[in-house]
Design a protein around this ligand. Structure first.
Ligand SMILES: [Zn+2]
Length: 109
């Protein structure tokens, strides 16, 4: 099985780049262990350094979707339950493209 590429250190958004950081023993502000955190106001996404590569990519795209929803002003409109579902679906789907190398393989002829 081929290894996933490493996570990028930054990602572009329509409102500017966001930094991506792997953090050991990542916790929420309440002290609970978590996989990822989207810091909208800082332009930063933190991903737990303890995740395996596929899960790290899924978490990155999950948090990136949170950032895009925030930038679009939809984070409040959607409500937390719908927003988490949207981020899970997009995060998992986009990570699947990375894990399967769909985005980096040449198109079939
Ligand atoms: Zn979330």
């Amino acid at each position: 099985m081929r290894a996933c590429p490493p996570l990028p250190r930054a990602l572009p958004t329509p409102l500017g780049p966001v930094k991506v950081r792997r953090t050991p023993d990542l916790k929420t502000s309440a002290g609970d262990a978590c996989c990822g955190i989207c810091h909208w106001d800082e332009g930063l996404i933190e991903i737990s350094a303890d995740l395996e590569d596929g899960q790290a990519w899924a978490t990155l795209f999950h948090e990136y979707t949170h950032m895009l929803l925030f930038n679009a002003g939809l984070n409040v409109t959607l409500g937390p339950t719908v927003q988490e579902s949207v981020c899970d679906v997009i995060g998992t789907g986009m990570a699947h493209l990375v894990v399967q190398r769909t985005l980096t393989r040449p198109a079939p002829r």
